[in-house]
Write a protein that binds this ligand. Structure first.
Ligand code: NTF
Length: 824
């Protein structure tokens, strides 16, 4: 009965009383308990089951409509989907959040406590994975046919503990006790071959064929997570593959007393989807990682082809029906896999198969960092995927002999330069080149980044095929990153500009005209303060540090990486501390610096930076001489759920990467939307944020990309800055003493060494002075609360462009060419 009501209307799907009945019913029938005995975990599961009554019905409707209309769909292949929690999000999107909250309250439960039971789905590292999650939210919201494909990792990104200031990694078991959002689909299991050898056989017609005799098979079991569109009829699917041993049991081994061996077969197969690699740049060289990539691409392609074949008897319409978006190079092996299927299994000739691949795949580049551009050793490919290597060789041969030769005749140097195979002691497959050679579109993720992709990363490919290169600036879903995480501000906007903004974020612009209005400012700042109080409580609970909500909250939250320059912020903190010690009356407003960040477990310097932040925090926070003017907080286990508390509470959003290195950034957008001011470089999407909010409402510092290039070309010498700036020298030298690590001098010295002897590859020292100078301006601006309020309001009201719905419409328009299937 409840579900019927949902069909009738999009927004208010269930009344409070209906929702109450549904929860109580599920406590009993789904969870095997009752209101008197249930713990919060059971309450949560019953609540999810009540929401799922609506979700599953829409899921079935959507797949029925897609099948009936045989619509073109996008398949978003990504090794990462950083979903976070789904309960609140799904309740908002199906339109039952209010009913659920009130129903739970009537039953004596607080919605927040109940939703706190949900573990984060942390199947991603950072920006790339979270972007994928925002994109599938937008695709469903806009009613586009889409499937997300990825891996059903048993363990997501590690849980971070801080012990004695150092990061400790603990396993993350997000589904240990079951997850109410996922549905196992054994009817769609796929088999994946690996290893073995390739045989050349001649058929009776005299034609040559290749047969791959795999050395082993593993099984891919699909788990579907419904992706609920906001106020939409569409519920799409995120399909995640779990690896299992193939369906045979080796009785010979078992009977011969080799039970252990048959178990090892099982555990090897299951290892494939066991863990997410915790490095957000690249994991080149690891055989298991290559197998992960192939495993999920092979399963996904089989799934796409199975669905296609329901309505088609040949492949002539394939690229009209399916577009496959490669989220970075991680799924590149899908290209030779589709070639292999079409040629070896479906009997197409090379040219036809190649034409299909070229029209099916598109590639998004997310980074320019050379170490992040994936390369796989040829010998590894040969061992794991021998047939795919042959296909890559042939793609490369044709590319070099036909296209490169035609453009640059007789130029062997150019051929070497552009070859998909890199020659050298260890020959390597350049995955990004394979993408660009194949894909009909290659896009960067912010305007500036897309220019650099053309000019610096792939200039010759751009010369060959300029029409293939496009930009799609990233975005974030306003449902999660404003409506759900900042209810107070969301309500204020509802009253000011109406309730359409979660879909049409540009409507917030209507609030900008109140930026000067004293009452509006007061309300806006009161909300900010409320969110800061909530965060301050959380900080005290997690870190035992008391911070004042009246201080300026400077927040730096993102993965730890030298190019993101958390250590630049640390040097500035040291400079402030030193100024306060030297002059207790030093003129500055109270400030809190809040960090949240995980470091890749093998990234030594990144972990040293976390340690240094914590050691400096210990000292600063407990130094009575500075009278609480400065506090430093490192929040452990930064993840989506913590981010939802941090973005609404920030005053200053630190986006301080070296210009030219951050492809886009998406945290910068979430902060601005929640009324924080950016202190950042001219990098990634900061450039476009500045365009939207205006130069007077953002604090830009440091060298721009051209200046960075020029300084590097001229020969950068960090020692010049060390000797040229006494304050900088003093704080760097401080790191070598035992001031912050009593009795253990030198514990923080690796940071200094990387910046001097190490050559300071990300120009921290070169930008230091500009950073501290601009920070003084930020401090002065903050102390004029009226002016600050105005700037904050303008920021929040002006970033409608960074709605991920807009990004998706750009993808549809420039790349995917989809049509909506379910009506709006
Ligand atoms: C990240 N790339 C970039 O570093 C961010 O600037 C960007 O916002 C996100 O992608 C999303 O586009 C990666 O995580 C990776 F893996 F490519 F290095």
């Amino acid at each position: 009965m409840a579900a019927k009501k949902a069909k009738a209307t999009n927004t208010v799907a269930l009344s409070k009383d209906q929702f109450k009945d549904a929860i109580v019913k599920h406590l009993r029938s789904t969870c095997g308990t009752d209101e008197a005995r249930a713990n919060n975990q059971a309450w949560w599961k019953a609540t999810c089951a009540a929401v799922n009554e609506l979700v599953f019905e829409r899921l079935t409707e959507t797949s029925k409509a897609n099948a009936e209309k045989d619509s073109r769909a996008v398949h978003y292949l990504s090794l990462e989907f950083l979903m976070g929690r789904l309960t609140v999000n799904n309740m908002h999107n199906v339109g039952v959040f209010g009913a659920a909250r009130d129903a739970l309250a009537d039953l004596g439960k607080d919605v927040n406590d109940i939703c706190d039971e949900e573990p984060d789905m942390a199947l991603g590292n950072g920006g790339l994975g979270r972007l994928a999650a925002c994109f599938i939210d937008s695709l469903a919201t806009l009613n586009y046919p889409a499937v997300g494909y990825g891996i059903h990792y048993e363990h997501g990104l590690f849980r971070q503990e801080i012990q004695g200031g150092r990061q400790i990694e603990r396993p993350d078991s997000w589904r240990e006790y079951g997850n109410p959002w996922e549905i196992c689909r054994p009817e769609s299991i796929q088999e994946v071959p690996l290893y073995g050898y390739v045989e050349t056989v001649f058929g009776e017609d005299g034609k040559m064929r290749k047969v791959w005799h795999a050395g082993r098979q593993i099984k891919g079991v699909p788990w579907d997570i419904p992706v609920v569109g906001y106020e939409a009829k569409t519920v799409n699917v995120l399909r995640l593959w779990e690896s299992k041993a193939a369906d045979f049991f080796d009785w010979d081994v078992f009977n011969a007393g080799g039970y252990i061996d048959s178990q090892s077969e099982k555990s090897q197969a299951e290892a494939v989807s066991k863990v997410l690699y915790p490095n957000d740049e690249s994991e080149a060289g690891k055989e298991l990682r290559l197998i992960q990539q192939y495993f999920f691409c092979a399963c996904s392609l089989k799934d796409i082809i199975r669905r296609y074949k329901r309505n088609h008897s040949d492949f002539s319409q394939f690229s009209k029906q399916a577009v496959i978006q490669l989220n970075d190079t991680h799924p590149t092996v899908a290209i030779p896999e589709l070639m292999r299927i079409l040629i070896d299994e479906e009997g197409l000739v090379w040219d036809d198969a190649w034409a299909i691949c070229k029209e099916t795949f598109a590639y998004t580049n997310h980074t320019l960092l050379p170490e992040a551009l994936e390369k796989w050793a040829v010998y590894l490919f040969e061992k794991v995927l021998p047939r795919h290597l042959e296909i890559i060789y042939e793609i490369n041969r044709r590319f070099l002999e036909d296209e490169v030769e035609a453009k640059w005749p007789g130029n062997d140097e150019m051929k070497r330069h552009l070859s998909i195979i890199e020659e050298g002691e260890t020959r390597m497959v350049r995955m990004a080149f394979l993408c660009v050679v194949t894909c009909f579109k290659t896009n960067g993720v912010a305007a500036m980044h897309s220019e650099l992709v053309k000019e610096d990363l792939f200039p010759e490919f751009y010369e060959l095929w300029p029409e293939r290169f496009v930009n799609v600036t990233n975005g974030v879903t306003p449902r999660r990153w404003l409506l759900a995480c900042n209810e107070q501000l969301a309500n204020m906007y509802n009253e000011t500009v109406g309730t359409d903004w979660p879909l049409k974020l540009d409507e917030l612009k209507g609030a900008a005209k109140f930026a000067d209005d004293a009452k509006f400012q007061k309300n806006f700042m009161a909300i900010k303060r409320e969110k800061k109080v909530e965060l301050a409580d959380k900080i005290e609970e997690l870190c035992g540090i008391k911070v004042s909500p009246d201080a300026m909250f400077n927040v730096l939250i993102k993965r730890l990486h030298e190019y993101k320059r958390q250590h630049l912020a640390l040097l500035h903190i040291l400079a402030l501390y030193r100024r306060l010690l030297e002059n207790p009356d030093y003129d500055m407003g109270p400030q809190v610096f809040i960090f949240g960040s995980k470091a890749a477990p093998g990234y030594k310097l990144a972990k040293d930076i976390i340690y240094a932040i914590n050691k400096v925090a210990d000292k600063v926070n407990n130094d009575p001489r500075i009278k609480d003017k400065l506090k430093v907080v490192f929040m452990p286990n930064y993840r989506v759920t913590l981010a939802e508390k941090l973005f609404p509470a920030g005053d200053v959003s630190l986006q301080i990467s070296t210009a030219g290195y951050e492809a886009s950034g998406t945290g910068n957008m979430k902060f601005a939307l929640n009324g924080a001011l950016t202190l950042g470089t001219m990098d990634g999407a900061n450039v476009e944020i500045r365009e939207e909010v205006g130069d007077e409402n953002i604090f830009i510092f440091g060298m721009d990309c051209d200046e960075v290039k020029a300084l590097k070309a001229a020969g950068y010498n960090p020692w010049d800055y060390y000797y040229g700036n006494p304050e900088l020298k003093a704080v760097l030298d401080w790191l070598e003493t035992d001031f912050f690590t009593p009795g253990a001098p030198g514990e923080l010295a690796s940071i200094k060494h990387s910046l001097l002897e190490g050559g300071d590859p990300y120009l921290v020292l070169a930008d230091f002075e500009s950073f501290t100078t601009q920070y003084t301006a930020v401090d002065v601006a903050y102390r004029d609360q009226k002016k600050w309020a105005k700037m904050a309001i303008i920021n929040s009201a002006s970033v409608g462009k960074f709605n991920s719905d807009r990004s998706i419409e750009d993808y549809v328009d420039r790349i995917w060419k989809l049509e909506k299937v379910m009506p709006n």
